[in-house]
Design a protein around this ligand. Structure first.
Ligand code: PEP
Length: 257
């Protein structure tokens, strides 16, 4: 079987200015060092606000820290008259390995559609950045359509015409579990992550399905991370609130210990 390195990603959302980001990244680096963190046990990534990325890049590259980083969004366009937008070309210059696309807050607060998400996935790939594609159902969707229908439909649309060889990470984030303190159960999350892997198999074939990391997100914390990682189709977590607390995030990263 293909080994998928667990992926622990912190989505800072609109928190931590660039000075706080530097302090946090240094503490995270010390904590990884103290714990003798083995990158084979988990790939650790942070997703700071755009204005912090240059500072994080400088720290990470100066000391070759075992911390990946990326942006929380990007423009579907590469350059031009798009006031306030950030291009994948700029993110690539800052050596972002990843970019979160289609987070539920982008979908609800900024009206992003499945077509927008698809265009952004293609934009990330044009610049050699691996998209972390977020999908998930609301409580109403769950009630009306059951657990997997909405996230799988969102993902099918997001991946239309996409070249998976350019890299993909999927994050299943039930909207009702985000920031609510009420995580999905590992069994619920596994069911949907399994359906997501089935879709990857259908669209891209067995090799891509076996190699692609599928994350769970929604009220993940140190106390529940191991229960999710024990499930066969869950390969890591996208962590919001708990990624801002250095002790909590460090414990999440050490889920194996
Ligand atoms: C998120 O918004 O990606 C998230 C999972 O948030 P939280 O961990 O705070 O539920």
């Amino acid at each position: 079987a293909v080994k998928r390195t667990p992926f622990i990603a912190g989505n800072w959302k609109m928190n931590l200015d660039h000075l706080q980001a530097v302090a946090f990244t240094q503490k995270l680096a010390w904590s990884l060092k103290d714990a003798k963190h083995d990158p084979a046990d988990a790939e650790v990534a942070v997703f700071p606000p755009f204005t912090d990325i240059r500072s994080v890049q400088t720290l990470v590259s100066a000391d070759s820290l075992p911390i990946a980083y990326g942006a929380q969004d990007l423009s579907a366009n590469d350059s031009g008259a798009y006031t306030g937008e950030i291009s994948g070309a700029f993110l690539a210059k800052l050596e972002c390995a990843y970019v979160i696309i289609g987070h539920s807050e982008r979908r609800t607060l900024h009206g992003e559609t499945d077509a927008d998400v698809n265009a952004k996935v293609r934009a990330a790939h044009r610049h050699g950045i691996v998209p972390v594609v977020c999908v998930g159902e609301t409580a109403e969707d769950l009630e009306a359509h059951g657990p997997s229908a909405v996230p799988v439909a969102q993902l099918r649309a997001a991946l239309d015409g996409v070249d998976a060889s350019k890299g993909l990470v999927i994050a299943y984030e039930p909207v009702w579990a985000i920031g609510s303190g009420q995580a999905a159960t590992p069994q619920q999350a596994e069911q949907v992550c399994g359906a997501i892997r089935d879709l990857l198999r259908e669209v891209f074939g067995e090799d891509v399905a076996a190699a692609t990391r599928v994350l769970y997100g929604g009220s993940v914390k140190a106390a529940n991370i191991a229960s999710f990682l024990r499930e066969p189709n869950i390969d890591g977590a996208l962590v919001g609130g708990a990624s801002l607390d250095i002790d909590e995030f460090s414990s999440i990263v050490r889920f194996k210990k």
